[in-house]
Design a protein around this ligand. Structure first.
Ligand code: LMR
Length: 388
């Protein structure tokens, strides 16, 4: 059987982790995979995560299975964080192995019950297309962002979505757009929501960076308005970045509907789909999130640390945007974009020059992870871009 297989290329983004590690140069800079870093270049464990792990270690008395849908207390607390304290919508969730697991499960449900088609922005996180194709969905695209002018293409996006068929799914980034960082105003959200509701489309909202853009509530405001205005939605949540739990694979998928019974029916299908895939989700990360969200002192410490990270990213953005100029004048938008990523107008050959000559690492798309910069490195790295 194996002789029929051909070797698959490594995932280009994840491969960068190993290539960067192997580079012996002292001044190397990692602007690759989306992991938060501090000024020392470390990806620290949140203090509240360590404290929660200690509590779990002391108090957990069994490693037996929890429930097919995961831990309901975790799902309820995470829903409050994303959906808001007084959400008017009906939702039923399942715990998933990370945000990617949530997206795959959503895709399986769309294949089973929807039109089998999903609309994806150009550009989007590269793995979105991979996940949806692997689940057998047909992909249509809508314009989203022009890299050269660093501008959102909202009118073109809406024009494309008006051509979508009722029941088609539409992938929407909740905040901190990956890979562009382009923010949506409240008015932009209202216009997108209006087209989605009028056309009878089903939004699949990917929320993976809550807290890194406009704060915990600011980053969820758009999605909260959208799910309140449509009869059906799917909401994929990742805890990787917001809680720094990357390797713990912690996330959830919520079915949102205009009646609780409908949301519960959708959930029962998600549970059945998960059962034939990974059976039940891992627990450790969700136990940490549940402990933090359910313990006021840990919540205060975690949200404070997250806010410090958000402010560091915003400061890095402002100083990097100021340090770029000339050909890079449009990249002044980097200063007002949000979250970890921006997409720079560089060619793959220029990306390779930066990598090979100067030890500055990013994927060939030109996406940079702002968190990989250090304030102390901003002028030097901006100078390398300007010299291209
Ligand atoms: C990223 O886009 O860098 C992260 O979401 C990590 C990943 O899985 O690609």
């Amino acid at each position: 059987m194996f002789e029929r297989l051909s070797r698959q290329p490594d995932d280009p983004l994840l491969a960068l982790i190993g290539i960067f590690k192997a580079d012996p140069r002292a001044g190397k800079v990692d602007l690759g995979v989306g992991v938060y870093r501090d000024e020392a270049g470390n990806s620290p464990i949140f203090r509240a995560v360590k404290a929660a792990e200690r509590l779990i270690w002391e108090n957990q008395s069994s490693k037996s299975y929890i429930a097919p849908e995961g831990d309901q207390a975790f799902l309820d607390l995470l829903w409050t964080m994303v959906g808001g304290k007084a959400s008017p919508v009906h939702a039923a969730g399942v715990q998933t192995p990370g945000g990617s697991g949530a997206l795959r499960l959503a895709a399986d449900l769309i294949r089973q019950a929807g039109t089998g088609k999903i609309w994806l922005g150009l550009p989007s996180w590269p793995n979105h297309a991979g996940i949806f194709e692997a689940a057998g969905l047909a992909i249509e695209t809508y314009p989203y962002f022009d890299v050269a002018s660093q501008t959102l293409q909202l009118d073109r996006m809406l024009e494309a979505l008006r051509r979508a068929a009722p029941g088609d799914a539409v992938l929407i980034h909740a905040s901190c757009h990956n890979p562009t960082g382009a923010p949506l105003t409240a008015q932009d959200w209202a216009r997108i929501t209006d087209v989605i509701a009028t056309r009878g489309l089903v939004p699949l909202i990917d929320s993976a960076y809550q807290g890194f853009g406009a704060g915990l509530d600011g980053d969820a405001a758009g999605l909260r308005g959208m799910i309140a205005a449509v009869p059906e939605a799917l909401l994929a949540v990742s805890c990787s970045k917001s809680f720094g739990l990357y390797r713990e694979r912690t996330g959830a998928l919520y079915a949102v509907a205009d009646a609780q019974a409908t949301a519960e029916t959708a959930r029962s299908n998600l549970v059945a789909l998960a059962r034939t895939s990974y059976s039940m989700p891992p627990d450790h990360g969700s136990a940490i999130v549940k402990t933090i969200l359910g313990t006021p002192e840990l919540y205060a410490d975690w949200s404070g640390e997250l806010e410090t990270m958000r402010q560091r990213l915003a400061a890095l953005r402002r100083s990097f945007a100021e340090a770029l100029g000339g050909r890079w004048s449009n990249t002044i938008a980097i200063g007002v974009q949000e979250g970890m990523f921006s997409l720079l107008p560089v060619t793959p050959a220029e990306v390779m020059t930066l990598r090979e000559k100067h030890g500055v690492y990013m994927p060939t798309s030109g996406r940079i992870n702002i968190a990989g910069l250090k304030l102390a490195d901003v002028a030097r790295v901006a100078g390398l871009f300007k010299a291209l």
